[in-house]
Ligand binder design. Structure first.
Ligand SMILES: [Zn+2]
Length: 271
């Protein structure tokens, strides 16, 4: 069996329900899990690494407050809870730029705990999976995530950012050339870059996904809901590819789409 986890980043209190519904109804109707990496208390002027406003914020938005909590959008919370195919995981706290890239242990703990508290205040269960904004962790940030979460999903693992106590495990992972590993009770997952991205030629996306899924036992596919919309309008060819991906995943024998939570239970091998 080959396993696939779909991870969509950056849902927050201002994400339109209609956008998620447009993208993911074909997944939900087929019983395919959609893991939404949710920003607990989004910074309303969050910036990308290049200084521009983050693409997940509405264009021309003039915020009245510094942040907005998921709890402040009860309709969105109710929509996510009404569709059990959605699985909420924690995406940082505010989604400040490289929020966990430089943090020490105390700051990492404070941000992770505040984010978790905000999700619970909105009515979600304690998240078991953590995704850092821009997939970047300091050494202390990665250690803090592993202490608190059963699953950590990120881009890749660098030698210089591993907690020192992990280095023998990390060397063993490198020697085996495996994409995912476990330390203690935590599953540490890498991903092959954002294959489902508007920055790739649409014709290349599904072939790249197929070859990746066929190449390894567990693949994390990362995408961003807001890339499928341009100035509020749907980008039809890109949405079509996402929906072709749903059909491919649902109809291919030997491929099963799971949630991060199924990994947390330890029932699925990472190899
Ligand atoms: Zn993000």
């Amino acid at each position: 069996m080959r396993y696939v986890i779909l991870r969509d980043d950056d849902t927050h209190a201002l994400t339109p329900i209609s956008s998620l519904e447009r993208l993911y109804r074909p997944f939900l109707d087929r019983g395919l899990s959609v893991n939404l990496s949710v920003i607990p208390e989004v910074r309303l002027d969050a910036r990308r690494p290049d200084g521009r406003i983050e693409g997940f914020l509405p264009e021309g938005h003039r915020p009245q407050a510094a942040t907005r909590r998921m709890e402040e959008n009860p309709d969105l919370v109710a929509y996510l809870q009404a569709n059990p195919g959605y699985h909420v995981v924690q995406h940082g706290c505010f989604h400040d730029c490289f929020e966990f890239d430089q943090v020490d242990a105390a700051a990492a703990a404070r941000l992770m705990d505040q984010g978790g508290r905000r999700l619970r205040e909105a009515g979600f269960e304690r998240p078991h999976t953590f995704v850092a904004p821009h997939d970047r962790f300091s050494r202390a940030g990665l250690a803090a995530a592993a202490q608190r979460f059963e699953v950590v999903s990120t881009g890749w693992f660098e030698w210089g950012r591993q907690p020192r106590a992990w280095l023998p495990h990390y060397a063993w992972k490198k020697a085996r050339r495996v994409p995912h590993w476990r330390v203690g009770g935590t599953a540490l997952l890498s991903h092959p870059g954002c294959l489902l991205s508007r920055n790739r030629p649409v014709a290349s996306i599904l072939p790249a996904i197929r070859s990746q899924v066929e190449a390894q036992g567990l693949t994390v596919l990362v995408t961003h809901w807001w890339e499928y919309f341009e100035a509020g309008e749907p980008v039809i060819p890109f949405i079509d590819v996402l929906h072709e991906t749903a059909a491919y995943l649902a109809n291919t024998p030997g491929v099963r789409v799971i949630s991060f939570g199924e990994l947390a239970g330890g029932a699925v091998s990472l190899d």
